[in-house]
Design a protein around this ligand. Structure first.
Ligand SMILES: Nc1ncnc2c1ncn2[C@@H]1O[C@H](COP(=O)(O)OP(=O)(O)OP(=O)(O)O)[C@@H](O)[C@H]1O
Ligand SMILES: CCCCCCCCCCCCC/C=C/[C@@H](O)[C@H](CO)NC(=O)CCCCC
Ligand SMILES: [Ca+2]
Length: 566
């Protein structure tokens, strides 16, 4: 039984919102503050049901002693602490804590305690602070997560350009005040160009100073920071990113995402919402959620990493068309989505893949990856075993690759559900964040009407895999090679060093000239376009960690700690 440290005190009265309650006793338990409260029966406010509410210490953001007229920071106004006539309480302290609201959102709530005896008030504040400090030292295995290590110093990159171009305002008005309340020190860098954050992380940043890196932006910005961190970790560990076979070194620093982009699917799938304050609170309480990363190579040359979607065909064409519409912000995807849907292009090629071993579930098992996911936990223990044995798993040596040739409207690899506001259950609703696999979804050539039905099922409860022209496999590796190699105009363009977006626009001109259907789409890699279409992909299990805990099971909305004894 854990040591109980109990702090009994009586006659504490709580000023909370519109009504006053008198604490007949408040017990500070090891993990929970149990505020047993009974209404003072003030007729003026009407009877309020007596009940108990608890705040787990691991979800307390801060405690602040309150002089009579200290400014109440979160409203920015001076706030006279009203003296309740009944009790001449001179001293007070405020506890700021996480309060859950709808759809996995959190917000920073607070309660102020008044106390007649100053030393008792100080004892409360000091004890709570000691409990908070303890969180960082002990290893705790409990329902939520195996290790809470609260960050004290963070490196923050803000993308002023992504999404609705409000990254800076979102950070300054919604996130910075909570970070300072939690006494977190931050170094903030507003990026001046694309890949500024990646380059800075890769070369200049002194990472020993920080407990984590925060990305204020969308998936593309997260991708930059993830690339910077992973490449730097491999560089420092002497791992060559160009060789596909090498086992990559996991990154120590956690990444936090303050959503300020257009899709924000990585934040949405790891926290359950794209609300900046919710993400900030998950960072403060020191959550930790491991995540798989796919490495993408073309003929032994490293191209990019992917954590959410690798999409060829539909999603690749949507992205290619939307790049020229960035000025439209998030709406660009809808316009390009409709345009791409109407063009209804299919692509020929060969997909080969290495299926995942049996115990990792299947993309159609209706099991969703949630906080404390058993499949992901199983993978991390398997990973430890395989690392010790250092064996290439038997499937890989038996080379049981499956090969599929055909005409495809879309080839998508979802390493996570890719849940996002556009598609609340995501491209692959049963994909796991940290199971070492990716769900390979093949949408074969079909009619526009059938494809529309398939797309619409991403936005409702129907099973988007329940079509004759859709196949989905859980894989550890896969390869794709287009049937028609790039035609010579493409090859000599590439040889002349033209790549990226200029290459694509040149090609489109070429094709318009010859008037044939484009034989190739582009790979959409987490919202960035890859310069090659023939690729080899491998999943690296739990290579990075986020300040998140996965999506929590939806709580029934009553006092989630009603079980607390008083
Ligand atoms: N200061 C900057 N100027 C121009 N581009 C930038 C800057 N900082 C970052 N970028 C680039 O902007 C691109 C888009 O940023 P981000 O992903 O945050 O927004 P988004 O694409 O609208 O969101 P999502 O990826 O969620 O759809 C990223 O690829 C990033 O590399
Ligand atoms: C006519 C009805 C159509 C209904 C279509 C619903 C299907 C939506 C599925 C959304 C899947 C998002 C996958 C996320 C990919 C991100 O890594 C990437 C970068 O942020 N976003 C896009 O490529 C942007 C992709 C945007 C696709 C529309
Ligand atoms: Ca996965």
């Amino acid at each position: 039984m854990e040591k109980q440290s109990r702090l009994l005190c009586s006659e504490l009265c709580v000023q909370r919102r519109l009504y006053e309650v008198t604490l007949n006793c408040a017990i500070l338990a090891w993990k929970d503050i149990q505020i047993a409260k009974k209404h003072t029966g003030r007729a003026i406010y009407g009877a309020v049901k007596a009940g108990s509410s608890c705040v787990p210490v691991c979800e307390i953001i801060a405690v602040q002693e309150k002089d009579d007229d200290t400014p109440c920071k979160n409203t920015g106004k001076w706030q006279k602490v009203p003296q309740s006539p009944a009790d001449p309480c001179q001293h007070a302290f405020t506890v700021f804590y996480v309060e859950r609201t709808r759809q996995h959102c959190w917000w920073c709530s607070n309660v102020t305690f008044h106390c007649s005896d100053h030393s008792l008030c100080l004892l409360w504040v000091q004890t709570i602070r000691e409990q908070l400090a303890l969180l960082n030292s002990e290893r705790r295995v409990n329902y939520y997560h195996t290790f809470a290590n609260r960050p004290k110093s963070l490196l923050v990159y803000i993308n002023p350009y992504g999404g609705k171009q409000r990254g800076k305002q979102i950070y300054d008005h919604k996130v910075a005040p909570i970070f300072s309340r939690a006494s977190i020190s931050t170094d903030v860098i507003v990026t001046e160009r694309a890949n500024h954050a990646r380059d800075h992380l890769k070369t200049e940043a002194d990472l020993k100073k920080y407990d984590g890196v925060v990305c204020v932006g969308g998936d593309g910005m997260f991708s930059e920071i993830m690339h910077g961190l992973v490449s730097r970790t491999q560089q420092e560990a002497g791992v060559d990113e160009n060789s596909m076979e090498e086992t990559l070194m996991p990154c120590g620093l956690r990444i936090g995402i303050i959503p300020a982009g257009s899709t924000d699917c990585i934040c949405y799938a790891t926290v359950g919402s794209n609300d900046p304050v919710t993400s900030a609170l998950h960072i403060i309480v020191g959550d930790s959620q491991a995540m798989d990363i796919c490495s993408v190579h073309n003929e032994d040359r490293f191209l990019r990493y992917s954590v959410s979607l690798l999409g060829y065909g539909f999603y690749g064409d949507v992205l290619t068309d939307s790049e020229r519409k960035r000025w439209m912000g998030p709406a660009r995807y809808d316009i390009s989505g409709v345009k791409t849907f109407l063009s209804h292009r299919y692509y020929e090629g060969t997909v080969s893949f290495l299926p995942a071993e049996g115990n990792l579930g299947s993309p159609r098992d209706k099991m969703q990856c949630r906080t404390g996911c058993s499949v992901c936990r199983q993978s991390s223990s398997d990973k430890l075993v395989s690392k010790n044995e250092d064996s290439v798993s038997d499937a890989e040596c038996q080379d049981t690759w499956t090969v599929i040739r055909g005409k495809f409207l879309a080839i998508n690899a979802a390493s996570m559900s890719c849940a996002c506001p556009r598609s609340p259950k995501g491209l692959s609703p049963s994909a796991h964040l940290a199971d070492g696999t990716t769900d390979l979804i093949l949408v074969r050539k079909c009619s526009r009407l059938d494809f529309l039905r398939h797309l619409l099922r991403h936005t409702n409860k129907d099973d988007q895999f329940d079509h004759s022209f859709v196949e989905v496999y859980r894989v550890k590796q896969f390869r794709f090679s287009p049937r028609y190699q790039e035609c010579d105009s493409e090859v000599d363009l590439r040889e002349s060093g033209v790549t990226g977006k200029r290459f694509l626009s040149q090609i489109c001109r070429e094709h318009r000239a010859c008037g044939c259907m484009p034989s190739q789409s582009n790979w959409n890699c987490d919202g960035e376009i890859l310069p090659h279409t023939a690729i080899q992909v491998r999943v690296h299990c739990q290579l990075i960690k986020l300040f998140a805990r996965g999506i929590e099971e939806q709580q029934v909305f009553e006092d989630p700690y009603a079980h607390c004894a008083i």
